[in-house]
Design a protein around this ligand. Sequence first.
Ligand SMILES: [Zn+2]
Length: 288
Amino acid sequence: MDTMGYYAGIDIGGSHIEGVLIDEKLRIVKAESVGIMGKRNRKVFLEELEGLLEELCGKGVKGIGMGVPGPVKKGKIFWSCNARFLEGTDFGEILRKRSRKVAVDNDVNCMAFGEMCTRKEKNIVAVTLGTGVGGGIVIDGKLHNKRPYAGEVGHMSIDALGVKCTCGARGCWQEYVGVRGVERISRKHLGKTMEPDELYVMAKQGSRKSKAVWEDYGRLMGVGLANLCNVLDPEVIVIGGGISGALEMFEKSMKKEMRSRLNMELPAIVRGKEHAVAFGAACMAMKY
Ligand SMILES: [Zn+2]
């Protein structure tokens, strides 16, 4: 394969590292991933990352982009309340060993950038639902990423006296619609802690209690998204991250909640594509 016309994109997650190679027409030509479950220390993590980079960029690429779970300044991640072991890592330096053209940004900024490159809409909000909840904002065709904390929607409070967040504040949206949020709602309805995947399968099989979990969850999603609509009035909201797989289960109550809080017409709400962060990171390396 002639890799000279290709760009690599990497997605650093809390439990995996994912990478794609795209061509100049923005087609994904290769996708790889490695699990890092239980290996949450920097040394092991960086070894896994080097292995993945070698596999993707071994024969040379035109540029490498990377999405990381937290705000970034000059290629360095300086805060990550869900992956503390990564704080201070200079990913820009790591990537520059393999390519002169590199881009490192917050993971959801990368996703929003990728959406911007492939959609006609110019005002986009991307939200990812995982352990943490992240956001990326495109305003009039421009990614809003010049200030490092812009788009940290997960720490927007939806309850002034609410649940304590990993960031130290109370009522952060992330604690309601991230994985810990789903688990908390599952304890309420099922009396035990269950993961989003299990709850999705059970709801799909008709479990009424699991459906109730997703209904509650949708309401909490709707509260946060309504806030974002009031501030940004996006044309489209793209939802990614692991929990987005259950969108069909919470879409109805989410939209109902949004309608009850908004005077405007709802934006289109769609699921992010596969490899959305890695893809967007590669786009960023190409176009930024
Ligand atoms: Zn918080």
